[in-house]
Design a protein around this ligand. Sequence first.
Ligand code: F6P
Length: 321
Amino acid sequence: MERIAVFTSGGDAPGMNACIRAVVRTASKLDITVLGVRKGYTGLCNDDIIPMERRSVSNIIQQGGTILETSRSADFLTKEGRARAITVMKKHAIDGLVAIGGDGTFRGAQALLKECNVPVIGCPGTIDNDLYGTDTTIGYDTAVNTALDAIDRIRDTATAMERLFIIEVMGRHVGFIALQVAIAGGAEWVLLPETVSDHEAFYRRFEQGLEAGRRTNIVVVAEGDETGGAEKVADSLEKLYGIQSRVTVLGHIQRGGSPTARDRVLASKLGAAAVLALREGKSGVMIGEIGGEVVFTPFDDVITKRKPLNPFELELMNRLS
Ligand code: F6P
């Protein structure tokens, strides 16, 4: 292994820079040359490739976003696009790839592996935490803490004016962020794609709360919930029960900002492990961390298997709200 390339792809996540840094520094110490592919698969198709060395990753461990930039590449989904990427990889004599991203990134890597024999290792980077094969993904902890900070602020104004707030957090298909911040933010109700949302049950609880003297209500909605998001939930509560509320959609605020210590350490571990795995001849696997141990999961499993929410945390949410 002499020349590897690293790239970030799909939605950016805080900690991706720490992961890039770990890849570059681990490889440099092993005398492996590192190239950075800009804008994910788009850069691989278009030959947007830069040299990297120890100093190119100085002072980035604390930065959100990704210095290599990212994209969701339509081009790479086509055979022609991938053929161009393979030509670019040959031109640069790339003999290993580290792909940092989510399920779309690993679908792309899987397709590439069927068409060329350059080994690829994946590192899980997405705030959604929706990847099988790792307890948490790079960026998830930061996103949870960013959303929680916003919810704490909303609770101040909600309490001051005795209001019901419906807060939408990210999570296209899963409710990991929603469940964590609902527990940590003391929410009264959480709506998750993984469970069926019962408006009637919430209404009864809301009424009982009012009778018991509760004046502040926080509802957390995952964007992928079957209700269609916070605005729709607010409309339904008003139409069905005449309940007035205020809506806040946190959106991309959750994707930015300086990564937490947890995300920086996770990203550093997985980035370093990716280089060592390439050197050992591994390919077609995502590196994750389960119970503190570094583990490898085939892209096929990462893409097809679903990581469930923690049932104890679901029960805890019900118990405490
Ligand atoms: O995959 C991470 C994520 O932030 C999701 O939570 C969200 O639905 C999506 O990306 C937003 O994507 P985009 O920035 O392309 O609109």
